[in-house]
Design a protein around this ligand. Structure first.
Ligand SMILES: [Zn+2]
Ligand SMILES: [Zn+2]
Length: 361
């Protein structure tokens, strides 16, 4: 009798299907024949894991197993119960899992370079030049990876296929050729400079435009700015990942810019004009009406982020600063002021105290 499938996958009997699937994938990856070429024990474990998943991954079969303590039904067609072979379903699942390595082999590796952009440049856009390292064809072999750049010969082991077919049960599946590591190229006489890689790290420079309004996390794609691969005549793309630096005065949200402007108490009361910096690098004059309250927000139309004609706005929040360290003259003036407006303030204070007092009645 084969082992308990719960035990095989190392999950408890109450585990839900997600948990079981996770355990199965982990073990299947560990014992997969591609990972353990020629290891008969690993292959046995792999089969065992697969068979356990066939039972526990199937709601009905799992219920039957839980009830009878063995794989009733499916096992009857196959002596030994767990001797089922790998189903197509299971394979699509495994290939899903290993998929990245397999189907991704022919695509160019992605090159991602981070770039910090000053706040103002991110808002207004700008021209940039960037120097970075990328894999480019080795000069010693002209990118072939072979000695003196001789035309590459197919791998003698796999005949250039990069894979070697292997029979397992009913199915034939391919495992990566270990002589050429799946490249299909004869690597017995490699270029001494790049050791057969065909490429080496080289400095490259690109010029590009930072579009207005980029935000942190924006990826700018530079066509052909990426890595070369051995034997390929065109490089992949470069992705520049933008990180917008903080600004001491401005913050941004979408196309709008926010800032705070400290104004004097008398300015707030009497009204006046304040110079406000904008991301254009110039200042604009903002009118403050008399009686402006602390925290009031004003809008500077079209001074936000974006291309001309579609710019957001700049919002300016006024912060009324209460003066400190007044000299005698200023203090005297303020006392006069307090006397002059005293009644008005008292009215407000009175109603506030009345409201508070009534809460304790
Ligand atoms: Zn090969
Ligand atoms: Zn080389």
């Amino acid at each position: 009798m084969s082992r308990d499938p719960y035990e095989v996958l190392g999950v408890d009997r109450e585990a839900d299907v997600q948990k079981i699937r996770k355990a199965y994938r982990k073990l299947a990856a560990k014992y997969h024949p591609d990972q353990n070429p020629g290891d008969a024990q690993a292959e046995e474990r792999f089969k065992e894991v697969a068979a356990a998943w066939e039972i526990l991954g199937d709601e009905e079969r799992r219920a039957r197993y839980d009830r009878y303590g063995r794989d009733v039904g499916a096992g009857e067609g196959f002596p030994g119960g767990f001797q089922t072979d790998f189903s197509a379903d299971m394979f699509s699942e495994l290939f899903d899992f290993f998929g990245g390595g397999r189907s991704g082999r022919s695509s160019q590796p992605k090159l991602l370079v981070p770039l910090e952009v000053p706040f103002i440049e991110a808002a207004r856009g700008g021209e940039r030049r960037l120097k970075y390292q990328r894999k480019a064809p080795c000069g010693g072999c002209k990118g072939q990876g072979t000695h003196n750049g001789m035309p590459p010969k197919p791998c003698g082991r796999c005949g250039g296929m990069g894979q070697i077919p292997a029979q397992r049960g009913f199915l034939t599946f391919a495992s990566e050729c270990d002589a050429c590591r799946g490249s299909g190229v004869d690597t017995s006489n490699p270029c001494s400079r790049c050791r057969g890689a065909g490429v080496s790290d080289q400095e490259h420079q690109v010029s590009f435009r930072v579009p207005p309004g980029v935000t942190t996390g924006t990826r700018l794609r530079i066509r052909d700015g990426g890595h070369y691969q051995r034997g390929s005549s065109s490089p992949g793309d470069l992705y520049i990942e933008v990180q917008v630096a903080e600004h001491p005065f401005f913050t941004a949200q979408g196309k709008n810019i926010y800032c705070e402007a400290p104004i004097g108490f008398s300015q707030a009361a009497l009204g006046g004009k304040v110079e406000i910096p904008t991301v254009d690098g110039k200042t604009v004059e903002m009118r403050i009406p008399a009686g402006t309250q602390n925290g009031t927000e004003f809008r500077l139309r079209g001074k936000g982020i974006g291309a001309d004609g579609q710019r957001g706005h700049q919002f300016v929040r006024v912060v009324v600063v209460v003066p400190k360290n007044l000299d005698a003259k200023a203090k005297a003036a303020l006392r006069d002021y307090a006397e002059a407006v005293g009644d008005e303030l008292n009215e407000q204070e009175k109603s506030l105290w009345e409201t508070l007092g009534s809460l304790f009645d």
